[in-house]
Write a protein that binds this ligand. Structure first.
Ligand code: FES
Length: 109
């Protein structure tokens, strides 16, 4: 499989169905940016280094995704609007296991 389907609800509450490639070493934040689902400058501010939380999302399906590393955990502990299911989308690599994943973008702060 080369592409996985991801359902992304943007900050306006609109749901998008997108295809994400598993063979391009992309992360979820880059997918959101590629499809321009959040205004430029409001997501991926640190370039995917787990240092800004602008890419925070809520995972609303029960997929098994990669566990959080310490940097992500630390960043989320300082971020706003954090929920149980919060993740930094830049820390989630696109893999086949993510097929039909559902996420919502956290509000821009
Ligand atoms: S892009 Fe900055 S934490 Fe994800």
């Amino acid at each position: 499989m080369q592409d996985v389907t991801i359902y992304i609800t943007d900050r306006e509450g609109e749901k998008h169905t997108v295809l994400a490639p598993t063979d391009m070493a992309m992360n979820l934040m880059e997918v959101v940016r590629t499809y321009e689902l959040a205004p430029e400058g409001t997501i991926g501010v640190c370039g995917g280094m787990a240092m800004c939380a602008s890419c925070q999302c809520y995972v609303t399906s029960d997929h098994k995704i990669n566990a959080m590393e310490d940097e992500e955990d630390a960043m989320l502990s300082e971020a706003f609007n954090v929920k149980e299911n919060s993740r930094l989308s830049c820390q989630i690599p696109i893999t086949e296991a993510l097929n039909e994943l559902e996420i919502e973008l956290a509000p821009d702060v």
